[in-house]
Design a protein around this ligand. Sequence first.
Ligand code: RNT
Ligand code: ZN
Length: 418
Amino acid sequence: MSYEEAKTRYAAAGVDTDAAIRRLKEVSVSLHCWQGDDVRGFDTDPDKPLTGGIQTTGNYPGRARTPEELMQDLERVITLCPGKKKLNLHASYAIFGPGEYVDRDRLEPKHFARWVEFAKKHGMGLDFNPTFFSHDKVKNGLTLASPEEETRKFWIEHGKACIRISEYFARETGIPCVMNIWIGDGLKDIPADRMGPRQRYKDAIEQILSEPHDPKQVKVTVESKVFGIGVESYTVGSGEFTLLFAATHPGVLPLMDNGHYHPTEMVSDKISSLLCYFDEIALHITRPVRWDSDHVVLLDDETREIAKEIVRNGDSLERVNIALDYFDASINRIGAWAVGFRSLQKALLNALCQPAEELKRLQDAADFSGLMARQEEMKTYPFGEVWEEYLRVCGAPSEYTWFDAVRQYEKDVLEERK
Ligand code: RNT
Ligand code: ZN
């Protein structure tokens, strides 16, 4: 079947596939830098353990070890992925000059100048994350919620430095920067004091926010979590905590990571609730397998459903800041990166190719058998041809051949990294 035939088939269902393709081309998805090097970064010893309750598993050869290697890999990934991208950086990816080093509380825009150059070269905006993990000053698993004044102060200064860097990103690229606050602070076992750490965390974020910034340019988000490895009993930044923090602090947006909820809780069901109250929200799209394992995003049911919720309801697409968050060290990292990005693009394109108005009408008319049948019919529409057309329009490689480039890159570049 050709694209023209697929288009006609969709048109008969009331779906304009050309319009869907045009629409998706304008949607930016934030590509996380940390899939390329197993979340190690460059500012501390890369062999230091990853802390904060997150974990990368696997030892596939070819990990990026330097900023140059990471940029080289990112360039490869970018060419494999259709659609508009932002680059999502962590503060731990600061690039120092020879002999230069400053701790995280002293980071400056200049330490990210090469990333700005990279983003400009690729016409991308930049998003940012303070890095509250994998560092000596994580004390007893705590950062912003630590009972030690000095520890807290260090991390507050880090947060403020990151606001200044985010402002710089927005200014330089002309695209607003989403700055996400996530801390892994928590306790392994039953706490005696649940309130104290939360009060300290609240106060610490407020201090970070006191750093002058334009909330239209630097969009501060707070990410919740249910539990982390080694901190199973208590998480300071729980769902209620972060959602209410965002709700009570103008300009702050909630960020939902779909690995951060109990297994039967679905982020796809939460998006519309949050959009009833917030002008904008943010997402980390990942694939939790039994826990927050951060497996590579696939075109699975929940990813499709999240995508439908993002594109539904008129202006929702403008109000959701979409980012990816996964890290798999057990397979070719370039392939992992691109499979995740391409899968999300497929889910979004598929969502844009649904007869949304008709489906809503069926629901409102209580025609539930019709609704079920129609939704099932749409699953076997010739979506593959629409996807191919989108890839063509974006100049990205076809679904039938794209992985050859990954194999070739592995041979030419990754295998050389010994
Ligand atoms: C951890 C959070 C957080 C991190 C990144 C590296 O559970 O999901 O977003 O994955 O900041
Ligand atoms: Zn996340």
